[in-house]
Design a protein around this ligand. Structure first.
Ligand SMILES: NC(=O)c1ccc[n+]([C@@H]2O[C@H](COP(=O)([O-])OP(=O)(O)OC[C@H]3O[C@@H](n4cnc5c(N)ncnc54)[C@H](OP(=O)(O)O)[C@@H]3O)[C@@H](O)[C@H]2O)c1
Length: 201
């Protein structure tokens, strides 16, 4: 699959590495692609792997938002039209807003994007190493049912087990999982290598 990852920080780079290893084509969309700070990324992903946000989105079928949560509104306002018809996976958490997710902002600015909300509930270290104590980590996510098969595959390609919990109306529930992670990993100081497993018959 052709994937654009917008933002090349902890989440963007961790997911990007795994998806390239799984055989996907990956391009990062960044604010200033010419910045020498992206030289290492260029060496790893190729010159065409570090583009402007617009160029990366235009080349992709799937767009993964891995920027600060507060930046999503600006990106959606500027690039909403070019997201039409693409699967947009929002990994971001906006700690300064009423909701961690950006479903409403994205729906308003990019009504024809096919949204999923995933990779928002655990620290990035658990995506880099998706097994804890020999057990595969589960990733709870939600999204437009049209995005489900692709998102399941991309989650599995990270090495996690995807657990779909419903459509975009389940975004607050997904955010509850993130808040549980924050409460335990950070609040209770249990550490960032902490994740969740669904048990069922
Ligand atoms: N870190 C985690 O463990 C974790 C886990 C789950 C979810 N999340 C969420 O994932 C998102 C990314 O987290 P992170 O830890 O990867 O952050 P990060 O390391 O700070 O990286 C953020 C990236 O976004 C870029 N960026 C900032 N504003 C932008 C804009 N307006 N347009 C394009 N790119 C922009 C930054 O580029 P510049 O270098 O140009 O500033 C940077 O590459 C956050 O919303 C966070 O809440 C994080």
């Amino acid at each position: 699959m052709n994937i654009a990852v917008i933002g090349a920080g902890n989440i963007g780079k961790t997911l990007g590495e795994k998806w390239v290893a799984a055989g996907h084509t990956l391009r990062f969309g960044v604010r200033n692609p010419a910045d020498p700070k992206f030289d290492t990324l260029r060496q790893r992903f190729g010159v065409a792997g570090v583009l402007s946000v617009a160029e990366a989105i235009d080349a992709a079928e799937i767009v993964v938002l891995a920027v600060p949560g507060a930046a999503v509104a600006e990106i959606a306002a500027e690039h909403g039209a070019r997201l039409a018809g693409k699967i947009v996976i929002d990994t971001t958490n906006n700690g300064r807003a009423a909701t961690l997710h950006n479903v409403d902002i994205l729906s308003a600015a990019a009504p024809d994007a096919i949204q999923a909300r995933a990779f928002s509930t655990l620290g990035w270290e658990n995506f880099a190493t998706p097994v804890l104590g020999g057990t595969q980590i589960d990733l709870f996510y939600c999204g437009d049912p049209r995005a489900r098969a692709t998102t399941d595959r991309l989650i599995a390609d990270i090495g996690l087990r995807p657990i779909y919990i419903g459509g975009l109306d389940a975004a607050a529930t997904v955010d509850g999982v993130a808040r549980l992670w924050f409460a335990l990993a950070l609040g209770q100081k249990m550490g960032r290598r902490l994740a969740f497993k669904l048990l069922s018959e």
